[in-house]
Every structure is written in structure tokens, then in C-alpha cells.
Design a protein around this ligand. Sequence first.
Ligand SMILES: [Zn+2]
Length: 79
Amino acid sequence: MNIPRIVRCPQCGKSSEYSARNPFRPFCSQRCRTTDLGAWANGDYTVPAEPSELTPEELETLMGEGLDEPPPANEPKKR
Ligand SMILES: [Zn+2]
């Protein structure tokens, strides 16, 4: 029996072969694998490089996950 085990790629959901022939398992391709790793690297662990250059409001924006509004462009915020 030589039936490859098929799993679903966690990244794109496509069928991928889960075997030694697929070095990217359980992902279907290197792209999906890289994308997943990139998501990890760019996730919550990202810290602003130069916090001192940011205003407290900007820091708040960066920290906040659920952004309802797009970042303010030029219009001043009314309080
Ligand atoms: Zn994939």
C-alpha cells in the first residue's frame, strides 16, 4: 500500500500530502509554510523599534488589536 496521507493545509486549506515527500507538511507548499511562519513573526510579538519616537496616542493605536477606524490621516481628533 502506497497511499499518501492527505491533510489539509492549515494555511490555505488545500489538500496536501503529509509524507516525507512533502518537506513543507502539513502545509501544501513552501509559500504557505513561509506565510504561516511570517504570521507568527509579525504577530503580537512585534514591538515598535523606536517607541520614543511615537506619541502615546500612536502607541495606543499600535497596541490596539481591534481597530475600528482607519488610522487618522490629517484631520485632528476631537475630544
Ligand atoms: Zn497551502
